[in-house]
Write a protein of this length. Structure first.
Length: 102
């Protein structure tokens, strides 16, 4: 499901120990969120695959519904990636400039 989507490595410029620690905590939380979502959604994918194989022939076709469900997961992972990129950019472009004196 998500093999082509990867969370970028954390990369931000050091400002001072306190801000660096807090920035690191933010990125750890984002990384953990991404990982937890990915693990959970792989579990759901396995269950979808198992469930689809057990459907009776006359069961309503649900593959489109499942694919839409999977797309929501993929989009959410992409949003987490974008959030991480935006936070890194904010730190590197705004915080470094505004807190250079610390």
């Amino acid at each position: 499901m998500t093999s082509d989507i990867r969370l970028p490595p954390t990369n931000f410029k050091s400002i001072n120990p306190k801000l660096d620690q807090e920035h690191t905590e933010i990125f750890r939380a984002l990384d953990k969120l991404y990982e937890a979502c990915e693990i959970h959604w792989h579990t759901e994918d396995k269950l979808f695959t198992e469930g689809l194989s057990k459907l009776p022939k006359d069961h309503k076709h649900v593959k489109k519904l499942i694919n839409n469900h999977r797309k929501i997961h993929t989009n959410t992972l992409k949003e987490i990636i974008e959030m991480k990129k935006n936070i890194m950019a904010h730190i590197n472009e705004e915080d470094v400039q505004h807190f250079h004196w610390t």
